[in-house]
Design a protein around this ligand. Sequence first.
Ligand code: PGA
Length: 251
Amino acid sequence: MRKPIIAGNWKMNNTIRESKALVTELLPLIKDANCDVVLCVPFTDIKSVVSLTKGSIIKVGAQNVHFAENGAYTGEISATMLKELKVNYCIIGHSERRQYFGETDETVNKKIAACLKYKIKPIVCIGETLQQRESNQTKDILKNQIIEGFKGYKSKDFEKIIIAYEPIWAIGTGKTATAQDANSTIKHIREVLKKYFGLSISQKTRIQYGGSMNAKNAFELMSMPEIDGGLIGGASLKAQDFSKVVNYDKK
Ligand code: PGA
């Protein structure tokens, strides 16, 4: 019922030249994928990656957006600018943006609106730190991020929204949540969605797992009933590795 979605998050990696080489190598490797495939690339790579992937199954995403239409926000990029470049997805509220760039549930909430207005699908990241996990706060943290981040959004909006559950302690650390752990936390996320937004939204919303997902563990994670995809950092930077995650169902 929920189509799997595998998204690469290149973070601050790949010049235009490097991105061309990576995408050129990747395209033939993923052409028979059974899932939605997205590459969230640096702003500077968008134009060339959109042009290289035209007519393929790869859709292009950004990694951030400002919530305003335009104005005196030095260094920022708006959703209308992204739309003009044919961006289809945008990561919102990644933990690195929350940690280093002051992103909050409130800015997440506004950025979702900016994306939806321009028919850009938001990939909204939520997740707990190691310290929060160890002090048993995971459920509360996720609940708050959901209630505040998605405040005011309705069923029609959730059709476009993708949630990425990324336990912060698993990002870039090589530590992955066990498939069972990730599955049960995502189940909890669905329970919160059900309670605050309704049964249908909780059943229909696609929820990815992110945090050291790679060629080796993708199959097991993707076999879990609650996990609908992955947000892949490190392993999206090599065509071979990322293609194996995308082709997780082809053993
Ligand atoms: P990782 O990053 O796969 O390198 O852990 C995932 C992410 O930050 O989205």
